[in-house]
Write a protein that binds this ligand. Structure first.
Ligand code: GAP
Length: 514
């Protein structure tokens, strides 16, 4: 898995998808830049989400609120007091860790031990092996399972109660060692606030302290009345937003999985109090359907109910994706009650309520939120789509190819136009004119460098679904050879038919309509 992940990160760099930020200065940890193909893929992912939310629902509208917000926002939302992670330092390596993640790592170790037992037994018993029976009866496995359950329960309790001492005791009791120094020489567990702060130009001291937003959601809450008044939406209705968020993560690793500057795509759905759990169930299912419409295997996704609920939620679930390093959170669906709107109402002194014309009453709406990290989605898509495969009827270095099997609607380049050879003006001119006629219909690329086989491979590596080759026959029969990325099938197509063929197969519409 490590190997697969390394290949993925180096592919992202080599082909211009993602670069380490400030690389000339040896980089800035957990901050990344998107390159020429990365930005296109990212924009396509945004469009897929945005259109699924706003265009497909006549009761969801979008906004784009500022990153800086009045500092009271973060007092009301609870982020100043409670947006903390428990941190612990190892005194020998001087490395800092999240205490809960160290314990989760211990639990993963137990899961791996169970998996090893299963693999060993499967080898020993061959065809007669019954994994369910083995998991339910093997003494060693039962011991690991029991311990896993105990640790999980203790961790959930400590996290729910914000009990730092209990977390410290767990690290000692479980004998967890620092992965770098191998020592068990830990500091006590302390709280670490994840918000970045900065200073307004014209106000000195605490009063001028501003935060970079740690979630986009609050920009939606404080605009609830503006949007409702101007759009005259009735409950239930939603507000969607895509934008940057910032978190001073203690442990930031696994490439773009956990970043300090990242992008969120969030939607707050405002509902009548008492109906929130029905809407929570609705969005839980709707969001999974949206993921499944990408066409990846359904086994790559699973729900994970939160063990300890955030301060604002009465129900919460993650949609997890199987990344190369295991199942991890990709999206959260949270029933946030009336916590945020009520808190802003109280601290601002403004009435933030909805007048319900049917019941003739005013109340603070409840909220169901869907929140997905765009960069995490990018990583999920890249990690599933980047594949190495053998090429039928090929030998030597051509026998395998690296191909990025993106859903065609997400591909950065939809079609490459390639003259068969470079030094024949009649071919290059024809290819250029085809390229010029297509380039406003969808993102296209013209490439004449290197042998045709190498150019095909370059397009495979960036996920281009169609390559159009212009050869000498084109000049007489008005047809080009269209090579399809996944099947490698080649067929002759009339030049005039190319635009419709590519557009119809690379349009987001088919993904949006399921
Ligand atoms: N408004 C709710 C909220 O922010 P969250 O679970 O903290 O909830 C939502 O974050 C999503 O944002 C996560 O599911 C994840 O995809 C993404 N996310 C959170 N922290 C991230 C980070 N440091 N780097 C990249 N993505 C992150």
């Amino acid at each position: 898995m490590d190997d697969q992940f390394k290949k993925l990160t180096s592919h992202c760099k080599e082909y211009g998808f993602i670069f380490q930020s400030s690389e000339v200065y040896d980089g800035l940890a957990a901050v990344y830049d998107y390159g020429p193909y990365g930005v296109e893929l990212k924009n396509n992912l945004k469009a897929y989400w945005w259109r699924a939310m706003t265009q497909a629902h006549d009761n969801i509208v979008g906004i784009d609120s500022a990153i800086f917000m009045h500092p009271k926002t973060w007092k009301a939302s609870g982020h100043v007091d409670a947006f903390n992670d428990p941190m612990v330092d190892n005194k020998d390596s001087r490395k800092r860790y999240r205490a809960d993640q160290l314990i989760e790592g211990y639990m993963e170790g137990l899961e791996n031990k169970i998996q090893k037992e299963v693999t060993k037994a499967a080898r020993r018993f061959g065809d007669t092996f019954d994994p369910e029976m083995f998991l339910a009866t093997n003494a060693r496995v039962l011991g690991y399972q029991e311990e896993h359950g105990r640790v999980r329960e203790r961790l959930a309790k400590a996290m729910t109660n914000g009990d730092l001492e209990a977390l410290g005791e767990m690290i000692t009791d479980l004998g967890i060692a620092c992965p770098v120094s191998g020592s068990r020489n830990w500091t006590e567990v302390r709280q670490f606030n994840l918000m970045f702060s900065t200073q307004l130009g014209n106000i000195a001291g605490e009063e001028g302290k501003l935060y970079l937003r740690p979630e986009t959601a609050q920009g939606i809450f404080v605009n609830f009345l503006n949007v409702q008044n101007t759009t005259r939406q009735k409950l239930p209705f939603g507000i969607a937003q895509i934008g940057k968020a910032f978190r001073n993560e203690i442990v930031a690793r696994q490439f773009i999985f956990r970043m300090r500057e990242f992008e969120q795509m969030e939607m707050q759905f405002f509902v009548q109090p008492g109906t929130e759990l029905d809407w929570y169930a609705y969005w839980k299912e709707a969001r999974m359907k949206w993921h499944n419409a990408l066409g990846f295997p359904t086994e790559k996704y699973r729900y994970h109910d939160h063990d300890n609920l955030a301060h604002y939620a009465n129900a919460a679930v993650d949609i997890e994706f199987e990344f190369p390093f295991g199942f991890r959170e990709l999206e959260g669906i949270h029933s946030r009650t009336d916590f945020d709107l009520s808190a802003h109402q109280e601290l601002s002194g403004r009435k933030i309520q909805y007048f319900d014309p049917e019941s003739n009453t005013s109340y603070v709406p409840y909220v169901v939120e869907t929140s997905i990290g765009l960069d995490r989605l990018f990583l999920a898509v890249m990690s599933h789509c980047l594949q190495e495969e053998t090429v039928p009827d090929s030998k030597g270095k051509d026998a395998t190819r690296t191909v990025l099997k993106l859903p065609p609607a997400l591909a950065p380049v939809k079609c490459a136009v390639l003259p068969l050879v470079k030094n024949k003006p009649e071919l290059t001119e024809k290819a250029r004119s085809i390229f010029n006629s297509l380039k406003f219909a969808f993102p296209c690329q013209y490439d004449e460098k290197d042998a045709i086989g190498r150019r095909y491979r370059r397009q495979d590596a960036i996920g281009t679904p169609f390559c159009v080759t212009v050869d000498f026959e084109t000049l007489t029969d008005g047809q080009v050879t269209v090579r399809e990325r996944d099947s490698l099938a080649q067929k002759r197509v009339a030049i005039e038919a190319v635009e419709h063929m590519v557009s119809s197969q690379t349009d987001l519409k088919s993904m949006l309509t399921g």
